[in-house]
Write a protein that binds this ligand. Sequence first.
Ligand code: ATP
Length: 509
Amino acid sequence: MDKITNLEKIVSLAKRRGFIYPGSEIYGGLGGTWDYGPLGVELKNNIKKAFWQSMVYGRDDVVGIDTAILMNPKVWEASGHVKAFTDPLVECKICHKRFRADNVTEAKEKLKHMVFTKTSSISTNVTSWSLSQEQSEILPFIYCMDGKNKHDFKEIVENPTKDKEHNFTEPKKFNLLVEAKLGVVEDAKQKVYLRGEITQGVHVNFKNILDSTRVQIPFGIAQIGKAFRNEITPGNFTFRSREFEQMELQYYVKPEKEESEKWYEYWKNERMKWYLELGMKKDKLRFRQHEEGERAHYAKDAWDIEYDLSASGGGWKEFEGIHNRGDWDLSQHQKHSGVDMTYFEPAKNKKYLPYIIETSGGVDRAALFFLIDAYTEEPAKDEPGLQKSSKPGSGDIAKRVILKLHPKLAPFKAAVFPLLANKPDLVKKARLLYSQLSIHHLLQPVAWDDRGNIGKRYFAQDEIGTPYCITIDFETLENDTVTIRDRDTAKQERVKVDTLANILMKKFS
Ligand code: ATP
């Protein structure tokens, strides 16, 4: 059966099974904040662990860092964040793109006087629109161009229906940076910002890293941490939150076009590979290059890795950005702090400000997209455990929901069940096995469940993505064997208890 998935099903599963809850729920919530429950925290930690393993432990040219959320406000002046977000802005309620309100008014005015030219080729019998540079710059201010590039403008020019237009909020003069007050004496409190991106903490430590480690260009600094943004329209579950986590790499390279482009391509491919290796479906992922005018103030070139949310009515959505930041950050910090931020290259006896290639992913968006990608509904298989213990009418056993998460990401690596909770011999043996498996790093954490019939216990683990279920039954007491049930195939194999840990660990290594 085809995979049926939509955001509502994920939102409901996430709440019901303890992945994600609305923040401060008992007080009516706080828009754009989310709390991760027992399973959510495991999923997120697994994503972060996999990121760190691939970006830091797996290579000798990247070091890690963990910088403060609160920074001297001058950092944000230097980085351009204070200035870049103080104009009156409007935000499209559909695609969430923000525009300066005056640019939209200007664009609408210009559009009124524009003449679009239709061209047709006799040989191919194809008609198209030839757009001037100005026209292709203006249209995104008026129409939702989410995930589109200027070659898709044809459709909009031919059929400029109302529903493709942005649906803007009222103009607001606002700063995306979240402000806080720091200090003990009320009048003397200093205004600070909760960091709007985790990037700047890395760049302001560029010199410290050079002085305290043995890195040489090209090298990178990886960081994972919280960021805060005063989003005007948070929504789509955790997709756009006001508090979220980022996982980033800032990779410093020689300030040469060819060199920076080479590394840019390299990191684009590495990051896409990472998501694929963690099981995301290839046809749901794509790269999209930012158009002129769409790029952030610091970016020379920017590509997003996007996920196809069409099945949930969302279109293609960004969840990681790969940016060529040039020497923007280091030159700005050098200018504003007065500190020399150059790198000295001994071989050439030369000082320079390196270029920066950045990979910036959202942990929360990755968690959400991994959940959506893994969500599967299938007809229930004719399983031994299910047949034995599910009485007709005892619940919906016609369909099973499986989170086909990569085993590395699954919140529980295995679950242990005594067949019956009221048989002390079975429970004792299962408890022993549970504690023996739980000490192995690769298998942590292991779930325990002794309630309800065994078929339903299997289904409950399928729904949260547990790759293997181990059942201790009467045969275990006779010949010291247990069954291992595979989440995706629902197949069971019987193995000796003393080989179980090794068999499972092999599956995870
Ligand atoms: P968007 O265009 O969706 O607002 P952005 O281009 O501003 O995102 P970046 O500043 O490049 O995003 O941040 C890097 C990553 O951080 C994004 O790809 C996303 O995964 C994550 N991220 C950014 N803003 C949010 C948010 N409000 N909520 C959750 N994750 C976010």
